[in-house]
Design a protein around this ligand. Sequence first.
Ligand SMILES: [Zn+2]
Length: 207
Amino acid sequence: MKNIPIELSPTEEKRRDWYEIKLSNAQRRVSEFAREYQWDQFVATPLIKKFLVCSTKEQFDKEVISAFQLDPETTIPKTYSAVISQEVLLAVTPETYAENYPNGQEEHAYEKLLAHELAHAFHIRILEGKEEEMGPRWFYEGFALLVANQFEYFTEKMKKEDMQKIINTDESVSYVYYRQIMDEMLKQMDVKHAVNCARELSFRIIL
Ligand SMILES: [Zn+2]
């Protein structure tokens, strides 16, 4: 696997090795998933060209605003902790992530966060760059959660009718729910087929 340059603030420099391992593990998660579904060609070259770790949430928000040319007054949600823009992966530190998104904490949470963002980039590659064909939110978030293997185990099981409601309305809900919907959907359809069907924004499924 090609080494991706990592840009760290001076305070994070002391654990550069740790970040290298987490990024490499995140890349491995996506590559292994790709191999499992014969999607190898889409990860043959690195999904990003740089990884930038922001030492504070304020710095991260500033980077996001500048990367997406947002209004400088834009409020970035507290839980928003990583994103890819122009092949640069931006992320907060693991401590900030844990503090701002306690619900996301599980084993390997930080490398899964990085893998999640790489999974979105991987998804776009599968679609030959057609980002608008990623499908409804419940689907593309579910896909990234699946690739990164986030929230595999839940304590709170959802009722099918509640999952169906999220699908039908595409309302924004906790990622934990999107993962459950994805798992439920995959009982009746394989991932490859699902990615293809979801090219239509109106993609729906009856669970
Ligand atoms: Zn996402």
